[in-house]
Write a protein that binds this ligand. Structure first.
Ligand SMILES: Cc1cc2nc3c(=O)[nH]c(=O)nc-3n(C[C@H](O)[C@H](O)[C@H](O)COP(=O)(O)O)c2cc1C
Length: 133
């Protein structure tokens, strides 16, 4: 399994991760669950109308954290907007419950992928391990 595959699997199994953004000089954090590995990139999904999206547009540097079975992963990097319709369709196919809220052509659905990101796996019992994704 490649590093990015490991990160996607961990996030999918954890089900929920917490995404931190910057709102001027104030950190903001909220639960997220969307994750998609598409053409070698780690994508997450949101709505352009949300504050989280507006914060990322101003400052794309984010960090997320998920915890599962005594281990946690942090992914720190930059998010890049991708308006390609195919990736929106792929996200809705991977997580069909999103279809109740989003449509690829609604002008709101937003796909973002990580660029220049580092994923760090940690636990209380083992040394931390970082992978570039
Ligand atoms: C378990 C869980 C998973 C969620 N996953 C997402 C997600 O992947 N994308 C998203 O935009 N909102 C998701 N939400 C909703 C956001 O947490 C919520 O809209 C939040 O208010 C967005 O942050 P903001 O208020 O700073 O814009 C999820 C909520 C929960 C409880």
């Amino acid at each position: 399994m490649t590093g990015i595959e490991r990160v996607c699997k961990f996030l999918a199994e954890a089900q929920t991760y917490y995404l931190a953004t910057m709102d001027k000089d104030m950190p903001r954090v909220r639960p997220f669950g969307t994750v998609l590995l598409h053409e070698g990139k780690l994508y997450i999904q949101t709505g352009k109308s949300k504050d989280v999206s507006k914060q990322i547009a101003i400052n794309p540097k984010v960090e997320l954290c998920a915890f599962k079975d005594g281990k946690w992963v942090r992914v720190a990097g930059e998010l890049v907007n991708d308006d390609n319709r195919d990736v929106k369709v792929a996200m809705l196919e991977a997580m069909p419950t999103l279809k109740a809220m989003y449509d690829p052509d609604d002008g709101n659905m937003q796909m973002l992928y990580f660029k220049n990101a580092t994923a760090t796996f940690s636990s209380f019992t083992e040394e931390s391990e970082s992978v570039e994704i």
